[in-house]
Ligand binder design. Structure first.
Ligand code: PLP
Length: 427
């Protein structure tokens, strides 16, 4: 029989890109085993999803037990796991996020939360921030600007979506304050020249841009957005699809910020790999969204919500370890930056770390070839890493929260090696 990869390519659309040709048969914790018994450490974490490590036994047991009892409701009857998951979400989300609805993917949660904002505010405009990623469905792609190619072939995208700069001090060669002031100046100018604030339902923002290159939003920028939102009656939506569930070594990235959102979207790590997403806001707002204004067949599936409740129970105990791992990893990457000229910038929040690789530190020219070299170097030595950023040059370091200190050091040592090998090749 033909190899799995050629069978895959024969019947699966190439538009859905796979990062490696690893033919996985099982995964446990950070380790994925292939068809030949070779083991790989997944530091891509299933693209920031398996935050508890693959097949976490407690989550698998909870989902398995639910699978035996009740797989599906389709909004016909009530069941306990959806309530259990939402009660836990209420406990761990920021103050003011009180009541929830579920969906199946991040894009779906983002679309729904924006519909909720538009419907309940009676306004239709949406402001997003350049470099943001919010999904690729026809609605969410209009909010996504991490890479223009995501819109190729789909114009015109949804109207009344306005894109404002997201402060990127490093890429702009500015200080943090200059980048914040520039971004706010552009936003105010947009209110003057393009659209008046009374048309705007919501700001939609990632606190750490993910696909856009792992760029944390400066606190003052978020504080000022909060103030502008309050001044003009605009709702502030945090897209915490990638930053949630321990990724920043806290429940959510919003824990690191003072300003609180009016609404938020969650996904990815919520059920450690089962398809689930959620969004929430105040009870008053969500209760004013009438029956039938939105709906779903599979969203909040019994098995996926049972897994989500278990994820939250398990994750609670892992956050202190995640914080330790995070400060250790940050320290080590900063130390690598002292030795490797290829590293232009090290940034991130918690266990969401971006290492930007450049051809030259002065020009900051992105170096995607350097990333590819390092990626292959570590892959040959059983470590999986992926990139982010529009230029493919940001090493995305997203270990699972269950990673040990030894495993973390091993992975960073390999990256160190890979950078050394690139610098030798380059001469
Ligand atoms: C911040 C953010 N929002 C939304 C999405 C879309 O999620 P999904 O791929 O589950 O539709 C992603 C996916 O990477 C994301 O990172």
């Amino acid at each position: 029989m033909a190899d799995l990869v050629s069978r895959h390519n024969d019947v699966i659309a190439p538009v859905i890109a796979f990062d490696t040709d690893i033919r996985a048969v099982e995964a446990q914790g950070i380790w994925v085993t292939d068809i030949e018994g070779r083991r790989w450490a997944d530091f891509a974490c299933g693209t920031a999803v398996a935050n508890l490590g693959h097949n976490h036994p407690t989550v698998v047991a909870a989902a398995g037990a639910q699978l035996q009892r009740l797989v599906h409701s389709g909004c016909i009857f009530r069941y306990d796991s959806i309530v259990e998951a939402a009660e836990r979400l209420r406990r761990i989300t920021p103050d003011g996020i009180e009541k929830f609805a579920f969906a199946n993917s991040g894009a779906e949660a983002v679309e729904a939360v924006v519909k909720l904002a538009r419907y309940t505010s009676g306004r239709q405009g949406v402001i997003t921030f350049r470099g943001g990623f919010h999904g690729r469905t026809m609605g969410s792609v209009a909010y996504t600007t991490s890479n223009a190619r995501y819109r190729d072939g789909y114009h015109p995208v949804l109207g009344s979506v306005f894109v404002s700069p997201f402060p990127h001090a490093y890429r702009w060669g500015m200080s943090n304050d200059q980048a914040i002031d520039h971004s706010l100046g552009e936003l105010r100018s947009m209110f003057k020249h393009v659209v008046t604030p009374k048309n705007i339902a919501c700001f939609l923002i990632e606190l750490v841009q993910g696909e856009g290159g792992y760029i944390p939003a400066p606190s003052r920028f978020i504080d000022e957005l909060r103030a502008l939102a309050d001044e003009h009656g605009i709702l502030l939506i945090y897209d915490e699809v990638q930053t949630g569930f321990g990724r920043t070594a806290e429940w959510f990235a919003s824990v690191h910020y003072q300003a609180k959102p009016d609404l938020m979207a969650m996904g990815k790590g919520i059920a450690n790999g089962l398809p689930l997403s959620a969004y929430g806001t105040t009870a008053e707002r969500i209760d004013s969204w009438p029956v039938g204004a939105h709906g779903t067949t599979f969203g909040g599936n019994p098995v996926a919500t049972a897994a989500a409740a278990a994820v939250i129970d398990v994750m609670e105990g892992l956050l202190p370890h995640a914080r330790e791992l995070s400060s250790h990893a940050m320290r080590r990457f900063h130390e690598l930056a002292e030795r490797h000229q290829t590293i232009g910038d090290v940034r991130g929040l918690g266990l969401m770390i971006g290492v930007e690789l450049v051809e030259d530190r002065h020009t900051r020219t992105p170096d995607a070839k350097a990333f590819k070299h390092v990626q292959q170097h570590v892959l040959d030595r059983d470590l999986i890493i992926i990139d982010c950023g529009p230029d493919g040059n940001v090493l995305r370091f997203i270990p699972a929260l269950v990673t040990t200190h030894e495993e973390l050091d091993w992975a960073i040592d390999l990256i160190d090696d890979g950078l050394g090998s690139w610098e030798t090749t380059k001469g």
